[in-house]
Write a protein that binds this ligand. Structure first.
Ligand SMILES: C[S@@+](CC[C@H](N)C(=O)[O-])C[C@H]1O[C@@H](n2cnc3c(N)ncnc32)[C@H](O)[C@@H]1O
Length: 834
């Protein structure tokens, strides 16, 4: 159903939406509808049904009066929009209704001034099914609109042109004083969608429930069948009304005689699908020589005929009428006519025919003329635009589009005389030309029938041209910015050279006597000398004074450059490269900015000096000294970065984030008034892609990570635990086997178990065996074996021997001590005994 895929999806409205920071290209549809009908500026409360991703909500917030209430509802979640409330609900459910009511009560809103509906169910491309469910979704939105709209409120809904279309129109006409149908230019022509706007809600006290019953509404034919204006000469809507109910299945046949003898043949051609020759009254017509096979074939299927074919049939009708009128064929439908005109003369009939034909000719001619003129105008516009592009001139959307570039060139005005000439004649000439043109146009307009459809079309064309221009400018900015700068610089330099040349020439004229000389020497009083052309370095410096570089560059530069000298030599070139990258990708810049913040200790600021860049360490402030604050900041920033990064792992949020990065804030406009810059700094806070909760969750993850022990410690602990567990198991086994023994007494059993427990409780270090690897011999290590070099082994042996000796001495000493102790004790005993 006209779903556009691939590259074609990314048309100019897509890019313009990105540029303006709108979340969907659909935003332009609402903008265009509002330009045409202006309903937003007077709406203090807006309910946007099926609002995700939020393009319409953004437009609404921007255009409604300050402090207005904007609520958006969708099945899908809508990322927060400042100044609007987003709700995730299904608009077909009662829960949605109660949620809206609750929000209204909370915000002191009794009814909405405007209800929008741009919903489209996704049923997987089955056109018929999609159209039906779309139109029943429309009725659901109508139900909500009826419930929540304020009297005289406005309702806008999207609908697909299908057989139910007229039913929806009929339904809305019962609720609104005025109902308009529009297809904004941003809506793809391939799409069957169209927008219905209901103005001035009647707020009826009683509503016929059948009006909101999809089954009833989409089955009954409420409106009389339509008559199509086959010649397209009268006010014809461009197939906006879709097919009349059942028109695709019903074949409506009338007799050729009816057509030939009818007063209103054009109406017949528009009302029937075919004309038959079967009626006996048609026999003379069928058998007449004028009725060729071609005429018969044309009569067979009227729905496929082009305008020329209808004209052909009408001409044939006149001829056949002339040819058959003497016979005065009477058919059921011609009875009235023939009776009333029986006595009427032939001439009158002929005159009437001629008049109708002339009228039709006139109408078709004027239509063709109009179309040709439009085509011509468009071709002219395209050619001009091409020429301008080739010249590298940016087209202003409001520009009038004159081809003569010299007209606006101040350099072509050489002196006061020229200026006067421009004042008196040139301008007059131009204006007369222009006014001539516009006169002609207005005459044309007055001569042609200026119906509202025409006005709409012209309005549409103007808007389209404006959008085209805006898009061109956007492309110019995105792609050709550098090229254009180069070109203008070259032109500038060239001008400078020429100017120099002229100066030289002027110097050689010693006596500017003659008039011509005077004229040559005269300068245009409107041309005021500009400041000297900035040098390349100055341009580069100026470029880097932009905030974005102050934020993102320093840290990178520090990483890359060890010394200030290197920085001074290379800084310009490297920065130019860097600037390109950053301009191309604002997000990258933002991320770097964040990274810079995390690296608080490396804070430096690059300031511009007369010679080159200079790195000045940032003075330590009070806040710097407080390490706690800093680490808190660090954690906050880290958490934010990681939460953002986590979101970017998923495709959709990533794409949305990238999309959001393309907005009007990515361009650094020069020459903005100071008050504007101040206000922007004060009030414009970028909406972060992550919520506070997500950042908090990330921070708590950090805490959990910090609380975890180091891996090695954890491993050692686990090993110990395993060993203890094994020991315990062993102990339990042995203890069980002891207690199972029957021949031992309970007391000795307990003693044995206690002994076993003591043994198990004392940890014995495994003895290590030092092994020296001999050359060419592979030694198995592990299980207490440690590979050492011979020296170490010798040392260890020596050390071990010394230790043993010491131990031995110690034991002997102890024994001595003990013995002497005993001896002395015995001596003491002996002494006491004596
Ligand atoms: C074309 S989009 C709307 C675009 C929106 N106007 C904008 O400017 O961003 C259609 C939306 O209708 C929503 N939708 C479809 N059926 C819905 C329902 N029953 N309840 C709520 N939303 C629904 C879809 O989730 C989808 O987001």
């Amino acid at each position: 159903m006209g779903k556009v895929k691939g590259k074609h999806r990314l048309d100019k409205y897509y890019h313009l939406a990105k540029e303006q920071g709108y979340r969907s290209r659909a935003a332009w549809k609402l903008i265009q509808l509002d330009t045409k009908y202006t309903f937003l500026h007077s709406s203090q409360s807006v309910l946007d049904l099926c609002a995700a991703p939020g393009g319409w909500m953004q437009v609404a917030v921007k255009h409604v009066p300050v402090g207005s209430l904007v609520i958006g509802v969708d099945l899908d979640p809508i990322r927060p929009i400042r100044g609007a409330i987003a709700v995730q609900e299904d608009i077909t459910t009662p829960k949605c209704r109660s949620t809206i009511k609750k929000l209204m009560a909370e915000n002191g809103c009794r009814a909405f001034d405007l209800v929008l509906h741009d919903g489209s169910p996704n049923v997987g491309g089955a056109w018929a099914k999609e159209a039906t469910s779309q139109n029943s979704l429309v009725i659901d939105s109508v139900k909500l609109a009826i419930e929540f709209l304020a009297p005289k409120g406005t309702f806008i809904t999207k609908i697909f042109r299908s057989q139910d279309y007229n039913a929806v129109l009929y339904c809305l006409r019962q609720f609104f004083e005025k109902v308009e149908v529009a297809k904004p230019l941003a809506s793809r022509s391939a799409s069957a969608e169209i927008y219905i706007i209901g103005f001035k809600y009647k707020a009826p006290s009683k509503i016929d429930p059948r009006l909101l019953d999809v089954k009833h509404l989409f089955q009954g034919g409420q409106e009389p069948p339509k008559v199509i204006d086959v010649l397209g000469a009268t006010k014809q809507k461009r197939h906006r009304d879709g097919y009349e109910d059942g028109a695709t299945v019903l074949r409506k046949v009338c007799s050729v005689a009816d057509f030939v003898w009818s007063d209103n043949p054009v109406n017949i051609l528009g009302s029937f699908t075919s004309m038959s020759f079967d009626d006996p009254a048609c026999l003379p017509i069928r058998d007449h020589a004028l009725t060729t096979e071609e005429v018969k074939a044309l009569c067979d299927d009227l729905r496929v005929l082009a305008k020329q074919d209808f004209k052909y049939l009408l001409k044939w009708r006149m001829q056949i009428r002339k040819a058959l009128s003497p016979e005065k064929i009477k058919t059921p439908t011609t009875v009235v006519e023939s009776e009333s005109k029986e006595d009427g003369d032939e001439d009158e009939d002929e005159d009437e025919d001629e008049r109708v034909l002339d009228e039709m000719e006139e109408k078709t001619n004027s239509l063709e003329k109009k179309q040709k003129k439009e085509k011509k105008l468009q071709a002219k516009r395209r050619a001009k635009e091409k020429a301008r592009k080739a010249l590298g001139i940016q087209v202003d959307a409001t520009e009038d589009g004159y081809g003569d570039q010299d007209l606006f060139s101040l350099t072509s005005i050489k002196g006061k005389k020229d200026l006067l000439a421009v004042d008196n004649s040139e301008y007059d000439k131009e204006t007369t030309e222009v006014s001539d043109e516009s006169d002609e146009e207005s005459q044309d307009h007055s001569s042609s029938d200026l119906d509202s459809e025409d006005e709409h079309r012209r309005h549409d064309e103007k808007i389209e041209a404006l959008f085209d221009d805006a898009y061109e400018r956007y492309l110019g900015r995105v792609e050709g910015k550098t090229k254009q700068r180069k070109r203008s610089k070259q032109a500038y330099l060239k001008d400078g050279e020429l100017q120099d040349g002229n100066d030289d020439g002027m110097m050689t004229h010693s006596a500017p006597d003659s008039d011509s000389d005077k004229e040559d020497n005269e300068v245009n009083p409107l041309v005021v000398p500009l400041e000297d052309a900035p040098a390349q370095e100055e341009i580069v410096k100026k470029w880097f004074t932009q905030d974005i570089f102050a934020e993102a560059e320093e840290h990178d530069v520090l990483d890359k450059y060890d010394s200030e000298d290197e920085m001074q030599i290379d800084g310009g070139a490297k920065k130019t490269q860097k600037s390109k990258e950053l301009t191309n990708d604002k997000q990258q810049g933002e991320t770097k900015g964040l990274m810079r913040k995390t690296n608080g200790c490396l804070q430096v600021s690059a300031s511009k000096t007369d010679d080159d860049f200079e790195i000045v360490p940032a003075p330590a402030t009070d806040s710097d000294s407080s390490s706690d604050d800093e680490s808190d900041d660090d954690i906050d920033t880290k958490a934010e970065i990681l939460a953002t990064a986590k979101m970017m792992l998923r495709k959709r949020p990533r794409e949305e984030m990238i999309d959001d990065a393309y907005n009007r804030y990515m361009f650094h406009d020069d020459g903005l008034p100071k008050w504007f810059i101040d206000e922007e700094q004060r009030h414009y806070q970028p909406v972060k892609p992550v919520t506070k909760e997500e950042i908090a969750a990330m921070k708590s993850q950090f805490k959990a990570i910090d609380a975890r022990p180091a891996k090695k410690v954890a491993e050692a602990k686990a090993r110990k635990k395993r060993a203890a567990h094994r020991k315990l198991e062993k102990f339990k086994k042995k203890a069980n086997s002891i207690s199972d023994q029957t021949e031992i007494s309970e007391g000795s059993k307990r003693k044995m178990i206690e002994q076993l427990y003591r043994k198990a409780a004392t940890t014995k270090k495994p003895e290590r065996e030092y092994v020296v690897a001999k050359k060419g011999v592979q030694v198995k290590v592990g299980k207490g074996k440690v590979l050492v070099d011979p020296r170490m082994k010798a040392d260890a042996r020596k050390h071990g021997m010394k230790k043993k000796q010491q131990q031995g001495k110690g034991k002997k000493g102890n024994q001595k001590g003990k013995g002497s102790g005993k001896a002395s004790a015995a001596g003491n005993k002996g002494k006491r005994g004596k």
